[in-house]
Design a protein around this ligand. Structure first.
Ligand SMILES: *Cc1c(COP(=O)(O)O)cnc(C)c1O
Length: 368
C-alpha cells in the first residue's frame, strides 16, 4: 500500500477565497436567477478580456457554436471545415446549425488543423473554417486569415480550450467572425455547472445571438426567429466573474508546470508536444504527450497514483454516431495515429511542485 496521496487530474473544489460563495449568496438574496445583472456584468467583463465589443452568455460551449454559426448566417447547404481531433461538441454544433461538417487532418506536432488538408477539402459549398485552439494552442493565425481570404471563407473559432490565449496581441475569439467559449468546470475558466459564451465585434451577429439564446425572442412573447433555450443563469455568471481575476495567475501556473515537463521529461518512449511560437500562444489547457506505448504508459502512471486522461481516444470520424461524415479525400491518418498515441498529463493550478516532480519521475522510470 502506498501512503502517498494520488496526483489528481482535476480538482473542482472551490478556491479558499470567499468571493465565490458571496457571489452565490448575492444572487440567491436578489431573487433574480436567469439573464439579469450578473450575466450582463460577466458579458461585459468577458468581452473586455477578449478585447471585443460583445459577449453573449449562453448555456454551454456547444450552444455557443450553434448560435454563432446561425447568427453568422451559416446553415443548410453550407460546408464548414473543422478537425477530427476535438471534443465531439465542435462537430455537433455545426450539425445543429444545419450546416455540413467536413473534416481535415491535423499536423503531427501540435495536432492542430493542417492547412494543406483544409485546402483539399474546399469546394464551392464551403462557407467557413471552424478553427479549434486545441489544448490551449493559438498559433499561425495569419496562415488561417490568409487561407480564408484566398478562398473567401468565414473564419470562426472554437475557444473552449483557449481562455487567455493570444496570438500577436489578439485574444482567442477575436480573429474570426466570432469565438465560442465553454465554461464547463474542467475548462481554464470554469463555472460550477454548464455555461458558455460567444464573443464578437459584429453588432448584428451579437444582436441575433441574444435573440437565439432565448427562444428567438425580440420583445416579450414576440419570436421573429426559431431560437433555443440557452440562457446563462445568474449563479454561473456571478461565480465566473468572481473567478475571472484569478485566470491570469492560473494560466501562469499552467505554463510553469508545462515548462517543468518540457525541461525534465527525458524518456525515449515519450514524445513531448510541439512548443508554442511564443509563450502567450499556449495556455496549456492540456499537456499532451505521445507514446507508441500509450496504454502501458497510462497503466504505469496509474500504478504510481498518477491520473492521466486521453484527449481524444476516438477521432470524430470514427464515432459511430457520425459514420459517413465528409473528410479529406486523402483520409485522416495523422489524427488517427494521434488518437492511438496521445496522453494528457496532469497540468492544472491545483498541482504543487512535489506532485509535478512525481509525474516527471514516474514518466522517466517508464519501461515498455
Ligand atoms: C468543452 C468543449 C466544447 C463544448 O463545450 P460544452 O460547454 O461542454 O458544450 C467544444 N469544443 C471544445 C474544443 C471543447 O473542449
Amino acid at each position: 500500500m502506498s501512503a502517498k496521496p494520488g496526483v489528481a487530474f482535476h480538482d473542482f473544489r472551490i478556491s479558499s477565497s470567499r468571493d465565490e460563495l458571496s457571489a452565490v449568496e448575492r444572487v440567491l438574496n436578489s431573487g433574480w436567477l436567469i439573464l439579469g445583472e450578473e450575466v450582463r456584468l460577466f458579458e461585459e467583463a468577458w468581452a473586455a478580456m477578449c478585447g471585443l465589443e460583445y459577449a453573449v452568455g449562453v448555456g454551454n460551449g456547444l450552444d455557443a457554436i450553434e448560435i454563432g454559426l446561425r447568427a453568422a448566417g451559416i446553415g443548410p447547404g453550407d460546408e464548414v471545415i473543422t478537425t477530427p481531433m476535438t471534443a465531439v461538441a465542435t462537430v455537433l454544433g455545426i450539425l445543429r446549425a444545419g450546416a455540413t461538417p467536413v473534416l481535415a487532418d491535423v499536423d503531427p506536432e501540435h495536432a492542430l488543423l493542417d492547412p494543406a488538408s483544409v485546402d483539399r477539402c474546399v469546394n464551392r459549398a464551403t462557407r467557413a473554417v471552424l478553427l479549434v485552439h486545441l489544448y490551449g494552442q493559438m498559433r499561425d493565425m495569419a496562415v488561417w486569415t490568409d487561407l480564408c481570404d484566398r478562398h473567401r471563407l468565414t473564419l470562426v473559432e472554437d475557444c473552449a480550450q483557449a481562455h487567455d490565449a493570444s496570438c500577436q496581441g489578439r485574444m482567442a475569439g477575436s480573429v474570426g467572425q466570432f469565438g465560442a467559449y465553454s465554461f464547463y468546470p474542467t475548462k481554464n475558466l470554469g463555472a460550477v455547472g454548464d455555461a458558455g459564451a460567444l464573443v464578437t465585434s459584429d453588432p448584428e451577429l451579437a444582436q441575433t445571438a441574444l435573440k437565439l439564446r432565448n427562444y428567438g425572442q425580440s420583445n416579450r412573447y414576440e419570436h421573429p426567429l426559431r431560437g433555443l433555450n440557452s440562457r446563462l443563469d445568474e449563479i454561473q455568471a456571478a461565480v465566473l466573474r468572481a473567478r475571472l481575476p484569478g485566470l491570469r495567475d492560473s494560466t501562469s501556473r499552467r505554463r510553469q508546470i508545462a515548462r517543468a515537463y518540457e525541461e525534465n521529461v527525458s524518456s525515449p518512449w515519450v514524445q513531448l508536444p510541439g512548443l508554442p511560437q511564443h509563450s502567450e500562444n499556449h495556455v496549456y489547457h492540456l499537456f499532451v504527450v505521445r507514446s507508441p506505448h500509450r496504454d502501458a504508459l497510462q497503466a504505469h502512471l496509474a500504478a504510481s497514483g498518477i491520473q492521466s486522461l486521453i484527449h481524444y481516444p476516438i477521432p470524430v470520424h470514427q464515432q459511430r454516431s457520425l459514420a459517413g461524415i465528409r473528410m479529406d479525400p486523402q483520409g485522416l491518418p495523422i489524427a488517427e495515429r494521434h488518437a492511438r498515441e496521445c496522453l494528457s498529463l496532469p497540468c492544472a493550478p491545483h498541482l504543487n511542485d512535489v506532485e509535478v516532480s512525481r509525474v516527471i519521475d514516474a514518466i522517466n522510470a517508464f519501461r515498455p
